[in-house]
Ligand binder design. Sequence first.
Ligand code: 13P
Length: 252
Amino acid sequence: MKPLIIANWKMNPTTTKEAKKFFGDFKKELKNIKNAEVVICPPFVYLATSDKRQATRIKLGGQDCFWEAKGAYTGEISPQILKDLGCQYVILGHSERRKYLGETNEMINKKIKTALKNRLRPILCVGETLEERKKGKTNQVIQRQLTKSLQNIQYPVSSIEDLTIAYEPIWAIRTGNPCLPQDAKEVGLFIRKILSKILGKKISESCRIIYGGSVNSKNAADYIKKAEMNGLLVGGASLSAKEFGRIVRSIL
Ligand code: 13P
């Protein structure tokens, strides 16, 4: 399993000119990377500005998509539109969408089903708040998020193997206070155990489990080597091609 390193640009940059420069810089920085799968998830509108030829090396992903493929859903983005723009992946259930837009596990469940049906690979984000961690509820929260989000998934087996779970503890996002690798490892093992219950052992073993939350070039390798994660979901540090390049190289 090649490690999966994802750049989540969130709502950045704010001009097309900068976005084009970002893509160009990333392309240069990552041109010799072969042993990792690198995915950029820019704001939707910039997907169209990325050079399609580049998509073969650096892959593209959406930061969200709707649970219907087309129709009267103002402001939403269809998995088919994402596919057409060259996306192979889609982040679903990010904690920022759960918090600011009220996304629920039930909504995320519908989105995962539609994404899979349309051959987009979902990256399902799960993670606990600081309060939940302090109360010792981390596993309980993660189990609920996984069970509800993955309920009754109808899938061709080949595509469920493309499911990725991103463990993103909410208290570690944008705080400069990353999760200790040992703690991330424990949660990663727990996620695999729950996946095995929901999807069966074989499929659960083929899913990637990745870590996100204040990842930078100094701590990235610890999550792969010590925490045994299958990749990283990078926010702030992915807004610099140089730093993101260092992260990718540090884990190879
Ligand atoms: P930061 O890397 O900025 O903490 O963000 C993590 C994240 O939310 C990635 O999806």
